[in-house]
Design a protein around this ligand. Structure first.
Ligand code: PGA
Length: 255
């Protein structure tokens, strides 16, 4: 049984002061669902110390939204996995906004996953096609190619601990969600299918795959009811306490 995992990707939102207030409001309301649903918040880097502190002793995970693959050195503006340790247990890698605006490639994504795993961070690896690719009917080849590239050189044992987020770019922040059937098909046949080809069926069945892209409190139950969708990576709706709590509640109920 794969434990459901919901992660809030705050993107470039919330100051440290706002973040503290937000997680303080979240904390008591999520407590009852945490045994059933692994729940993670991913604030901006500068909020990590405050959020880690506000959530000390609580089983709500904290994630970063990015990291650099190098141990350290002359990389102005970057943050290493070693720096995240103690503040974050998870790290989003290869989000489509990073690929689109910050020139991340399959190669840099792979290096980041290797570094995150070496430091004991759980990578949440994002894949997904854009609208043109979707309309051209190349979703399957493109997404399975991203999965293969992301996992290059990762052992089967390490792969079990990686979370993959399938996020069709055309659904991110647009209010357009992939139908639960389409999302399930890509998560299952394409992402899990590619993982099965690399690692075999048993390992592929152990890896958790999230859906992301306009997931909200209204569609989460239907998404979570799908057999190959193990959770969600949530942008906009994760910035509202009520919506995020309702999503975690629904995930606890529907899986
Ligand atoms: P959204 O973002 O839920 O606002 O569409 C999801 C994401 O980019 O991770």
């Amino acid at each position: 049984m794969r434990k459901p995992i919901l992660a809030g990707n705050w993107k470039m939102n919330q100051t440290p002061a706002e973040a503290i207030e937000f997680v303080r409001a979240l904390r008591p309301r999520l407590a009852q669902y945490l045994p059933q649903v692994e729940t993670v918040v991913c604030p901006p880097f500068v909020c990590l110390p405050a959020v880690a502190d506000a959530l000390a002793g609580v089983k709500i995970g904290v994630g970063a939204q990015n990291m650099h693959w190098a141990e350290g050195g002359a990389y102005t503006g970057e943050v290493s996995a070693a720096m995240l340790k103690g503040l974050a247990g998870y790290v989003i890698i290869g989000h489509s906004e990073r690929r689109q605006y910050f020139a991340e490639t399959d190669g840099s994504v792979n290096k980041k996953i290797v570094a995150a795993l070496a430091h004991g961070l759980v990578p949440i690896v994002c894949v997904g096609e854009d609208l043109a690719q979707n309309e051209a009917g190349v979703t399957e080849t493109f997404v399975s190619g991203q999965v293969r590239a992301a996992f290059a050189g990762i052992s089967a044992d390490q792969a079990r601990g990686v979370v993959v987020a399938y996020e069709p770019i055309w659904a991110i922040g647009t209010g357009k969600t992939a139908t639960s059937e389409v999302a399930n098909r890509v998560c299952g046949l394409v992402v899990r299918g590619a993982l099965a080809e690399i690692y075999g069926e048993e390992v592929a069945q152990a890896i958790r795959i999230q859906y992301g892209g306009s997931a909200n409190e209204k569609n989460i139950a239907e998404l979570m009811a799908m057999p190959d969708i193990d959770g969600a990576l949530i942008g906009g709706a994760s910035l509202k306490v009520d919506a995020f709590v309702e999503m975690v509640r629904a995930a606890a109920e529907h899986r």
